[in-house]
Write a protein that binds this ligand. Structure first.
Ligand SMILES: [Zn+2]
Length: 437
């Protein structure tokens, strides 16, 4: 569906909704896109420092969200879990030293970035630059290896270190150095084992070509990575609406990760407006609207931490559920309301119960005018761990990668009208689900 058709339908729906709510005299629970956007903008702001797991900013975000949910009438508890993220605390630098004494300086976040993958602790090294043209190629100990994207294999890093490489510079197979990646490559629920003795950086294809020329000219390289791995406590926010006053056994839960990539060493932050202040804000506004309707059913909202490292919050939720997850329909909101004209993906693992929920959600959002595409199996969002605990789980995601994990993921890329319409559709779905119990 093209943009104008989509916007036209959305505008008609908004008009219809406001006519309907004006006709009824009782307060109708509804979602205001402006209110969603205002909360997303707040969470993306300087006070929350990019909401990195285990940081002051992340704690402040949890405090804000906890307070809002308590005020709306929820019982709120924290679920803590261990994680070991990479923080950017040290120096970042990449310089080529040419034989004649000339120096080429590469620019952090434009030409190169750090990588947390594999757990290699940062620091500074200097050595001769060698282009690796085949995996098994010999090289002298103390070299800095330049590795083309075509040979990139995260599992091979250990073997380069064992063969005496001091540094590795990887050509990025996709994405740009403006993006921060927090994924350490640890197994689900495991803490990465930090490694020392080799420094790893990633470069753009353009920077890779310049480095390859320098390697042919027998250049040396001086490189620094800012990555430092530190133990941190993740903090899920578990909000319970106990509508029937008995045991808390919800049949429906919304979840959204509130953490993001934190800051660089210079204090500049990754705002994470679309990823995932948007989903967090929409989930909180949905929870407020559901509470306003005084439903007699049980309903849960879980705002997860540590998604950006290794889905740690969702893992903790599945491993040690704070309420029974068996049979619960879980809808994860991760990146919603982008201004870009794009389809809404409904991701799930492919298990029959989740597929059924995905079909239902796709139908609900299509009725609201969105183009929805079901995709499975997809495991690497917060829904992915939940079927192991017996839940049916999907993620609703507008995977707009234009500013993904960059410092440009700002509230200006969100659309209030789209958040109104998506929120309205999900609220109708939630109220129908809760009332059918
Ligand atoms: Zn993300």
């Amino acid at each position: 569906m093209n943009g104008s058709t989509k916007r036209g339908r959305i505008a008609a729906l908004i008009l219809l909704c406001s006519v309907l709510s004006a006709a009824a005299d009782v307060p109708v629970p509804r979602i205001s896109g402006d209110e969603v956007l205002a909360l997303a903008a707040e969470l993306s702001g300087p006070l929350y420092e990019g909401r990195g797991i285990g940081t002051e900013g992340g704690r402040r975000a949890a405090g804000l969200l906890e307070g809002m949910l308590r005020k709306a009438g929820y019982r709120v508890q924290f679920q803590e879990f261990p994680e070991r993220p990479g923080f950017n605390r040290g120096e970042a630098g990449l310089d080529v030293l040419l034989p004649g004494g000339a120096r080429q300086t590469f620019v952090y976040r434009k030409d190169f970035r750090e990588t947390a993958r594999g757990g290699w602790t940062g620091g500074t090294v200097e050595g001769p630059l060698r282009l690796l043209e085949a995996r098994g190629q010999e090289f002298p100990g103390g070299s800095v290896l330049l590795i083309p994207a075509s040979l990139y294999d995260p599992a091979a890093l250990d073997s380069y270190a064992a063969r005496g490489a001091k540094g590795v510079i990887l050509e990025l197979p996709e994405g740009s150095p403006a993006q921060r990646s927090g994924y350490t490559g640890a197994a689900p629920g495991a803490l990465v084992e930090p490694k020392q003795g080799m420094i790893v950086l990633a470069v753009s294809s353009d920077a890779y070509r310049r480095l390859a020329d320098a390697a042919a000219g027998k250049a040396r390289v001086r490189m620094s990575s800012p990555v430092r791995f530190e133990d941190a406590r993740g903090r899920n926010i578990v909000a319970a609406w106990n509508g029937d006053g008995g045991d808390f056994r919800p049949t429906l839960a919304f979840i959204a990760h509130y953490d993001h990539m934190g800051t660089d060493a210079d204090g500049s932050r990754f705002p994470g407006a679309l990823d995932n202040a948007s989903g967090t804000a929409l989930a909180v506004r949905l929870a407020e609207a559901i509470a306003l309707g005084s439903t007699r059913a049980d309903f849960a909202l879980v705002l997860t931490d540590g998604e950006e490292v290794n889905l740690g919050g969702a893992w903790a939720l599945a491993r040690d559920p704070p309420f029974p997850l068996r049979g619960v329909s879980v809808v994860n909101l991760d990146m919603v309301g982008s201004r870009a004209d794009m389809e809404l993906s409904v991701f799930h693992n492919g298990d029959p119960a989740s597929r059924q929920l995905a079909d239902r959600i796709a139908e609900v959002v299509r009725e609201a005018g969105f183009t929805a595409v079901l995709r499975s199996p997809v495991y690497n969002l917060d829904h992915g761990h939940l079927p192991r605990a017996g839940a049916r789980a999907v993620s609703v995601c507008e995977f707009d990668t234009s500013f993904y994990h960059t410092k440009e993921d700002l509230p200006g890329i969100l659309s209030a009208s789209e958040l109104s319409v998506l929120g309205g559709a999900l609220l109708r779905f939630a109220l129908e689900e809760l009332e059918s119990r």
